[in-house]
Write a protein that binds this ligand. Structure first.
Ligand code: ZN
Length: 341
């Protein structure tokens, strides 16, 4: 049997840095991390990766941030999409609570105004109209998808598979590309205007949804007291893995890639935050020299992936174009159609 074909997408939430366990910043956000982006873009290009930067208001409205991203776009080696952080994106409607930090919990009229302002600043300062989107802190609902589609966005990546917290959840959503319903963003529907391409996440076993049920049950009382999820991870019986070099080591990401290939997923979708490229900026990644660690992990995963699959690199909108068709199911991508020229 020949090697499978797969698309590789890397998305970067490109945003201000702040300690995630403290208050949400509103004005005067620090975006020092953008200084690392040119070196990171060079690294990506050296491997053939075509990154997608989901840019938030703080970065787009910053002179250095917008200049750097404009150069990437002009070189045609990267895509700029939109990333909505409600807390630092005008217009403002008072202090952002934990619940409202998730776009999914904002009143729709606020989402409309904030999205339009975000798109305006990206267009004015970076020179592009975003075709792709990710919500700050994840989560998506049908009504917002409809709004995104009406603004020319053709691909969303706000679904965080298998995740739940007290403010929103993505339980039951596919962990492969699909056309979400405008009635329920977590389920496939009949509309064909906007595709969901979730980040790669899954379990090291064949049946993801059954594994998720077991994992969820064991994560909650009374089972959580026995630390069974940790035990299953260390014994490698059941691991929930997200494809992000800022929280997962290369070995586990490779395991996830292997199981995604086995499940014939058409896209391997890795993600990170730009703020992870500088040391200790958010509290998420505590390693010294985070930039090198992240690059080393990405390189290792790609080396493995390219020896086990025919990998084609694309931005998220390019992936959407390659995958799109008018059938009910998003078909695995055929290589004959590849052309970015
Ligand atoms: Zn963000």
């Amino acid at each position: 049997m020949g090697k499978p074909n797969v698309l590789f997408v890397l998305t970067i939430d490109t945003e201000e840095e702040w300690q995630w366990d403290s208050e949400f910043p509103q004005h005067d956000c620090s975006v020092k991390n953008v200084e690392k982006l040119p070196a990171f873009q060079d690294f990506c290009q050296s491997l053939g990766i075509r990154p997608t930067y989901f840019v938030d208001y703080a970065v787009a409205n910053n002179d250095d941030g917008s200049r750097i991203l404009r150069e990437f776009v002009n070189s045609k080696q990267a895509e700029v999409g939109a990333h909505l952080h409600p807390w630092c994106n005008p217009p403002y409607f008072g202090k952002t609570t934990e619940a409202e930090s998730h776009v999914i919990n904002l009143p729709e009229e606020q989402v409309v105004q904030k999205l339009d302002e975000l798109n305006r600043v990206i267009n004015e300062k970076i020179g592009v109209t975003p075709r792709s989107f990710r919500s700050g802190r994840w989560g998506m609902k049908g009504k917002t998808l409809e709004l995104l589609a009406s603004r020319g966005i053709t691909v969303d990546s706000s679904v965080y598979p298998f995740y739940e917290n007290p403010f929103f959840h993505c339980k039951g959503a596919p962990n492969t590309p699909y056309y979400p319903s405008f009635d329920n963003a977590l389920q496939p529907g009949s509309q064909r205007n906007i595709m969901e391409i979730p980040v790669t996440a899954g379990f090291n076993v064949m049946n993801d949804s059954r594994a998720d049920k077991i994992h969820s049950t064991l994560s909650k009382p009374p089972f959580s007291a026995f630390k069974m999820v940790g035990m299953l991870w260390h014994t490698k019986i059941l691991k929930k893995i997200y494809l992000s070099p800022e929280m997962t080591d290369a070995k586990s990401m490779i395991e996830l890639c292997d199981s995604s290939l086995k499940k014939e997923h058409p896209v391997i979708h890795m993600y990170l935050h730009s703020s992870s490229l500088i040391d200790g900026a958010t509290g998420l990644l505590t390693a010294d020299n985070a930039f090198s660690l992240i690059c080393a992990r990405i390189a290792k995963v790609l080396e493995h992936l390219e020896s086990h699959a025919n990998v084609s690199f694309c931005t998220i909108s390019e992936a959407e174009t390659l995958l799109s068709n008018k059938n009910d199911v998003v078909q695995p991508y055929s290589f004959k159609e590849a052309s970015y020229e």
